[in-house]
Unconditional design. Sequence first.
Length: 161
Amino acid sequence: MTVFIKDGVVGVCSRNLELLEDENNTYWKMTKKYKLIETLRSTGRNLAFQGEIYGQGINGNLYGLDDQRFALYAIYDIDAQCYLPPDQAYRTALVLGVPHVPHLGNMRLGEFYGSMQELIDDADGTSCINTKAIREGFVYKNLETGESFKAIGSSYLIKKG
């Protein structure tokens, strides 16, 4: 999901489409629930919030939630034509009160994991969203370039195929 403001014009988008405002549309429901347009306006900048919707009725509801939620994972600066660095996006979300995907900290992979297998094994475990559910895995982002990769847990792959 992407919500943006550009020169006062706002929009809500799915992966490939800008969506007309509709009170029954999940994307618009999340936009209103989390006051994303008001928050974007408050920055005085042309920005886009990118995130994911999860929970009841979404992709099998991995976390077993009884509601739908939004979590930010990136902020795009429309004027500069670039993403904010991951740390800046996370801090901005905190300041603005926008929920962010779980952020477990910063580390140097080579200092934390001795092998690729250790990294993959660490991806297994319970979710911090709902400790009764398995987590999908971890996303690792380069703090300088923003490039990322996801380590998916074996338990998740077995369950979801």
